[in-house]
Design a protein around this ligand. Structure first.
Ligand code: KIV
Length: 276
């Protein structure tokens, strides 16, 4: 039987079993072609709510809706046959109550094909995580810099320095005990990330955290150099596709203005067979 997004080759159990063994590879994706390119290289693909900033030009992730996550989630699902599909629960879709979280997580599974959902928060979200897991929904947690809380965090700063580290550690222990199968650690000091990785039984997925985490994730448009509005320190650019794309667009515009495109090989003859 071939795998698909809800019957993936990689499962939450496989991700959990990679803890302390093989590094877990992950990227975000928002479209089918990108998902197809990543599928065989990644263990899981995240349809992050970063889609709002990266593809829709929003100033933060707060304006992202369930409809956007379902649309992009379903597009990514169509590109996957190996990697596990995890979809972010957007701001306002899960914080109110475990029942609200279940209703919306179930939509992401049913309508978009998610095999798991990700939500932000630690101790305060533990009861919700337990509620979802006990009802068949694998949950990935997200701690440290949680962009949906940008207004209470006061900016995109490193989280958990000094005494604040204890709260991040407590959050990691709470989500692990509640049944999360993995936890993203975003923008936390390296030592704290290493301590959490050693302390919890579930894999830690670092982004701006530590090479000692059990896995890593990056926003694909950041690492390909497609999103150039700003570059966080933790991003390594593996390509400069934004520069390449703009050069290609400029060359096309120049060709059209010079009437050198379309050329003879791009147009059709009056009669089939003579010039194609
Ligand atoms: O929305 C997103 O892309 C994320 C990653 C940065 C982990 O949550």
């Amino acid at each position: 039987m071939s795998a698909n997004s809800q019957n993936p080759a990689v499962t939450a159990g496989d991700i959990l079993a990679q803890k302390g063994k093989t590094p877990i590879v992950s990227l975000t994706a928002y479209t089918t072609p990108m998902a197809q390119m990543m599928d065989q290289h990644c263990d899981f693909i995240l349809v992050g709510d970063s889609v709002g900033m990266v593809l829709h030009g929003l100033p933060s992730t707060l304006g992202v809706t369930m409809e956007m996550m379902i649309l992009h989630g379903a597009a990514v699902a169509r590109g996957l046959s190996h990697a596990m599909l995890v979809i972010d629960m957007p701001f306002g879709s899960y914080e109110e109550s475990p029942a609200q979280a279940f209703r919306n997580a179930a939509r992401l599974m049913r309508e978009a094909g998610a095999a798991a959902v990700k939500l932000e928060g630690g101790v305060e979200m533990a009861a919700t995580i337990r509620f979802l897991v006990e009802r068949g929904i694998p949950v990935m947690a997200h701690l440290g810099l949680t962009p949906q809380s940008i207004n209470t965090l006061g900016g995109y700063k490193v989280q958990g320095r000094d005494a604040a580290g204890a709260a991040v550690m407590a959050g990691a222990q709470a989500v692990a005990e509640a049944g999360a199968f993995a936890v993203v650690l975003e923008k936390v000091p390296q030592t704290l990330a290493d301590e959490i990785t050693a302390a919890v039984a579930i894999p830690t997925i670092g982004i701006g955290a530590s090479a000692g985490c059990d896995g890593q994730i990056l926003v694909v448009d950041d690492m390909l150099g497609l999103f150039t509005a700003f570059k966080p320190k933790f991003v390594k650019r593996y390509g400069n596709l934004g520069v390449d794309a703009e050069a290609a667009i400029a060359a096309y515009a120049a060709d059209v203005r010079a009437r050198s495109f379309p050329a003879a090989e791009h147009v059709f003859a009056d009669q089939a067979g003579s010039k194609g």
